[in-house]
Design a protein around this ligand. Structure first.
Ligand code: SF4
Length: 326
């Protein structure tokens, strides 16, 4: 039985946007009642279109945005509880994040050695010699040498900067790393190197990853499990093989269909979504996917589907299965 590292229970993140005609501020549910477990030692990927709430969910776990409801447990402790024993020093020793853009995530005025030393100076009582040893170990682990430490971020390529950002994420020996589109700003030729580096570091440091990407080929290669997100909700979760070989939710099928096929016959069989794409400001009632779903039924328009379990690891939220229509 896998052991949970992180449990997300009924989580909501709302943003306040423009006012309506009566001057009342409008709430947008960016994350809408998410329940999700992340097991120790796995790479769980979140898949979904831009704007589906993937990055907002990551920021909520990192406590970078306020949540409107729900709980997040890390090793059994609710990190959103104000009385929790997790102070910010403890918290960031456990969780670190790798951002999409290595150009903006490193302070351009600091040398790499200073960037990597800073978290240790703030969060530990180690001596300068001890800190230098850890910095040298971590920079070697990401495939760079000590000469890197005296240079500034602008003196490196995009791939090298992302390696430095990864070294910084590792510096406090976290158990859990959130990687938010970590290769999408990089050249294709560099992406595979960084993905392989993350896989190797997972083994070496016994890490757990939440991996966010819009690139399904990257997700298929790196992840153990996948959660598919649509308009702030998780609509399907399963092992990577379950999602790619036997997708159940109509949105997951459409998402997988969006990957271009070289074979024209296979391309013809793909699901093409039609219908209106709702905005988070104007979410439809019932199943949030009903305005685009090729299988929509009357029940879908005013009722919320519940999760249906296909196996211990594979579940999806859709009336097609609740009612055994197919
Ligand atoms: Fe489509 Fe209905 Fe299933 Fe939603 S609940 S995905 S609208 S069939």
């Amino acid at each position: 039985m896998p052991e949970n590292l992180l449990q997300i229970k009924n989580l909501y993140v709302d943003y306040i946007t423009k006012k309506d005609v009566l001057g009342t501020p409008q709430k947008v549910h960016a994350v809408n009642g998410v329940n999700l477990d992340i097991n120790k030692g796995e790479i769980l990927a979140i898949a979904g279109e831009s704007g589906c709430g993937k990055s907002t969910l990551a920021k909520a776990i990192m406590k970078l945005v306020d949540t409107s409801g729900g709980e997040i447990f890390l090793n059994g402790k609710n990190i959103l509880d104000k009385n929790s024993k997790f102070n910010s020093k403890d918290f960031y020793k456990h969780i670190q994040m790798i951002f999409q853009n290595p150009y903006s995530s490193l302070n351009p005025k600091m040398k790499i050695g200073e960037i990597l030393s800073e978290p240790l100076e703030i969060n530990t009582n180690l001596t300068g010699v001890q800190i230098r040893k850890i910095v040298e170990e971590k920079i070697a682990k990401v495939g760079l040498d000590n000469s890197t430490l005296n240079l500034y971020p602008h003196e490196f390529s995009g791939g090298q900067r992302q390696r430095i950002a990864i070294a910084r994420a590792l510096i406090l020996d976290p158990s859990f790393i959130i990687a938010d589109e970590p290769v999408s700003a990089l050249d294709v030729s560099i992406q595979a190197q960084i993905i392989n580096l993350l896989k190797q570091l997972k083994q070496d440091f016994n890490l757990t990853f939440l991996f966010i990407s819009h690139d399904l080929s990257v997700i298929k290669y790196i992840s153990d499990r996948i959660a598919v997100m649509y308009l702030g909700e998780i609509v399907e979760t399963g092992l990577t093989s379950e999602i790619f070989d036997n997708p159940k939710h109509p949105y997951t099928k459409a998402l997988l269909s969006s990957v271009p096929e070289l074979n024209p016959e296979m391309q013809k069989q793909k699901i093409k979504l039609t219908g209106e794409l709702p905005t988070p400001e104007n979410l439809p009632d019932g199943c949030k996917f009903h305005t685009r779903c090729p299988y929509v039924m009357d029940i879908c328009k005013n009722n919320d589907p519940k999760d249906f379990d296909f196996s211990k690891t594979h579940k999806c939220r859709c009336f097609l299965y609740e009612n055994s229509v197919i």
